[in-house]
Design a protein around this ligand. Structure first.
Ligand SMILES: [Zn+2]
Length: 568
């Protein structure tokens, strides 16, 4: 019997971190059949000479809940070597939800995760009420990727409380409904329970999302449900402790106690910040304190800075200033012509420099800091600031911004880093023994932040350009480490008998591409799309889903259910 597929003559980097070895990999029946020298032929063969053969990457922090209903390929994530995602992070899920209360779920997701409501209305066919029904629906959909999901607090809360979820504490009755639904979701295969307590997560009308209305005792009781069942992970988008050290200590103490008391693994995403350079260290110290006290806690970190992406094709910080609005509401061709007119330009530069941003533009828009507004010249960064470019050219920063945009046919992207500005911190956090490199937030923030290329950033920047990680370390960070932390024990490694999730890439070329602005969401809504170069093939459960960056039309992805469901 020939194998279904043989990947021949590649450098096999197996996910453990051990040195890569040249060899073959055979796949049969969706599983890895042999690794090493494979003598038998494959019904299909891939020549991997000069290429790396590695386990498909796993990204446990995504928000594909909505997108997966209209995009079975899970782009952009799948373009960056990812073959398994976990979704439903930060309290946001599409279930449980009654058919007539969809608007409450959409309200939680829309602004907090920047997924257009009209795309969700047009794109999602709601055929479920309970979480179990939802997972069964996902299992039926074609998927180019393996999918695991948490159940989210905001959904549980709106399910139990309706409109009251956005304003009131839960009664004993409400809490009983939430606990029952949570236990049912875990039994159906949810990976765990997630919540958000950060002020960043608001509804479109600027109110807190439902989970934020809960007091800590509600969170504790829900996490205890997992503790009692002995299964599930708790993910939290944490409280904003800012510079208040007392609040920070209080929050971290509560987290530690929760992990120790319930025995449930606790996880959260962490960035460094130029405004509070050492804050992340206190959080990371809590990881070690928790371990010493007998609990389990791990951080989720990113591989570069998190940044808002601006461009003339999307939005600029000046768009709402009257002088700018006049120009910006026109088609791009007309904007181009106007921007070339020295008189118009002088007016725009003056307006941008003198505007009272807070009053005219609204509380959230501050005058741009041009030292921290960068021109994206390559996708990996770090990037040069507009201030530096302006000094070089001897012009005002706004003039420089317009010039470089015109030189690139208005397709230039500008990035304003929000977090992780210091790449030394980024590397230190990635290397910490209690961190996992994930936190891409893919599927969310689709119009303004570009972070789903986290995996290709590791390979192109940290491995190849900086040589701060070996190829084997980089692959391990993206495969075995998340697989172990989330309990995907038959993935994340190239070993006989494990699921055949395999990627084949060129180690000298693999990289994220520059982003582009596209209108490919349901109802024509806009998003940033970022592809990659250097991937030769992606294999999911033994089937080739991507070949040279193009989808093959195969959808062999599965729902990966959590431990309680698999034990049934
Ligand atoms: Zn998130």
């Amino acid at each position: 019997m020939p194998h279904d597929l043989v990947i021949r003559g590649g450098l096999v980097v197996d996910g453990t971190g051990a040195p890569g070895r040249t060899g073959d990999l055979a796949v049969s029946g969706g599983r890895i059949a042999e690794v090493g020298a494979v003598s038998g032929r494959g019904a299909r063969e891939i020549d991997a000479d000069g290429l790396v053969v590695a386990p498909g990457f796993i990204d446990p922090h995504t928000h594909y809940d909505a997108q997966l209903t209209w995009d079975p390929s899970a782009s952009c994530t799948s373009w960056h070597g990812v073959t398994t995602i976990v979704t439903g992070n930060c309290g946001f899920t599409l279930a449980p939800c009654r058919p007539d209360e969809k608007h409450l779920v959409v309200r939680n997701l829309e602004r907090a995760e920047d997924i257009p409501a009209e795309a969700m209305q047009a794109g999602i066919e709601w055929t479920w009420e309970t979480y179990a029904q939802y997972l069964d629906a996902v299992a039926r959909w074609p998927k180019g990727i393996n999918y695991a999901g948490y159940v989210g607090h905001s959904a549980l809360r709106t399910y139990a409380m309706g409109e009251r979820a956005f304003s009131e504490p839960a009664t004993a009755g409400d809490l009983a409904v939430m606990k029952r639904e949570l236990a049912d979701a875990l039994a159906a295969g949810a990976m765990g329970f997630t919540t958000s307590r950060t002020r960043n997560h608001e509804t479109a009308d600027r109110r807190p999302v439902a989970s934020r209305v809960a007091d800590w005792s509600e969170v504790r009781e829900l996490v205890q449900v997992m503790g009692d069942l002995g299964a599930g992970i708790f993910e939290i988008a944490g409280e904003d402790t800012g510079r208040d050290l007392d609040r920070q200590r209080d929050y971290l103490r509560r987290l530690r106690e929760l992990a120790v008391e319930t025995g449930v693994p606790v996880t959260w995403g962490m960035f460094s910040s130029r405004f509070m350079p050492d804050a992340w260290r206190a959080y990371f110290a809590t990881l070690d304190d928790t371990a010493r006290a007998g609990g389990r806690m791990f951080a989720q970190v990113h591989s570069r800075s998190l940044a808002v992406v601006l461009s003339f094709e999307t939005r600029l910080p000046f768009d709402r200033l009257p002088e700018w609005r006049e120009v910006r509401q026109r088609p791009l061709d007309e904007q181009r012509a106007l921007l070339r007119d020295p008189e118009v330009r002088r007016r725009l530069v003056k307006a941008a420099a003198e505007a009272e941003y807070g009053r005219v533009v609204g509380a959230e828009a501050r005058k741009p800091d041009y030292e921290w507004t960068m021109l994206m010249e390559d996708p990996c960064g770090p990037h040069r600031s507009i201030a530096e470019i302006a000094r070089e050219r001897g012009v005002d920063p706004v003039e420089a911004l317009i010039e470089v945009a015109l030189e690139r046919d208005l397709k230039a992207f500008f990035v304003q880093p929000l977090f992780n500005e210091n790449f030394d911190d980024v590397l230190e956090m990635m290397r910490h023994p209690r961190s996992v490199v994930t936190f891409s937030d893919s599927g969310a923030h689709v119009s303004q932040i570009m972070d789903s290329s986290l995996q290709t950033q590791v390979l192109a920047y940290w491995v190849r350009r900086r040589q701060a990680l070996t190829l084997e370390e980089g692959v391990r960070m993206l495969s075995l480490e998340p697989a172990s932390a989330w309990g995907f024990h038959d993935r994340g490694l190239l070993r006989e008998g494990l699921a055949a999730d395999v990627i084949v890439f060129d180690p000298d070329r693999v990289a994220p591409e520059m982003p582009e602005v596209v209108n490919d969401l349901p109802a024509g809504a806009r998003r940033l799309r970022q592809k990659s170069t250097g991937f030769h093939a992606s294999v999911v459960n033994g089937h080739v889903v991507l070949r040279d960056g193009e989808h093959t039309g195969a959808y062999p992805g599965r729902v990966l259910r959590g431990p309680l469901a698999t034990a049934r």
